[in-house]
Design a protein around this ligand. Sequence first.
Ligand code: F6P
Length: 320
Amino acid sequence: MKKIAVITSGGDSPGMNAAVRGAVRAAIGRGTEVIGFLHGYRGIMGNEVVPLTSKAVGGIISYGGTVLRTARSKEFMTHEGRQQAMEVLRENEVEGLVVIGGDGSLTGARTLFDEYGFPVMGVPGSIDNDISGTDFSIGFDTAVNTALEAIDKIRDTAYSHERVFVIEVMGRRNGFIALDVSLAAGAEAVLIPEVPYSLLEICDNLRAMRQKGKRSSIIVVAEGAARASDIKDFIQKSTGFEARYLVLGHMQRGGSPTAFDRVLALRLGAFAANRLLSGFKGEMAGVDGSKLVSHPLSYVLSTERSIDPEKLLLVEVMAQ
Ligand code: F6P
């Protein structure tokens, strides 16, 4: 291939820049020109081209967010939108595309591949870590550490005032962030969308903990499981314990990526570009343990990634 393009799409995640750098420098190293489109699929349709030279991706490895910007495009979900995108790709003589993003963005890549046979390679970029075919998606580790730092601080004030704190973390369809953060922060309970919970049981546990002398508690809620404010109200009414809540929100998506995310992103970006240039297409790069792997997008997008029940149980056991 003489020229390939790279986009970042959907919700940004820390480490996306490292993935762009990995893809760009791996391709340039093989004599291939690289361009980027700003704002994901929207930028392809609008021909928002930027040259991606080796120099252009210098110094970005430590930045959070994405220098290529990002967007969620409704227009690209239409046939006309994709037709337009294909015309722009052809006009720019782009022969392959690396898409860095979450499930929506990977679905877009798969559609381009299915409808037009266009060579695409996906790179999993999402703080949610809900993408199949990889143990980790780019940004998850940083998001967990960001949430953890906040919860450690909340723990200090919760302890001092002897309060219950309900903390809402991101994850509208799943509890991967909530679960890992709960284990790392030593939370007393975790509520995730995948598993039914009983607030009455949680209140009973909080009372039992008080009896044993534990006078402050942290409860982590994934945004898709419940609203932290509602949980806080229920607990306060039901137990009489003083409670507060905090929604961590989009701060979990920002910040400089951890070393783990930088290395992961760099490896996945370079691997995706290399596979594309070696003739593979319609796949997503991922990690299985420490090994790089690649799976068809059709497999990735039709397989659910499920939470580890052992981790959920461990939160309970550790809270005793
Ligand atoms: O998919 C990543 C994510 O951060 C989810 O955890 C969250 O529910 C969603 O994006 C928020 O999306 P937006 O940035 O559009 O508010």
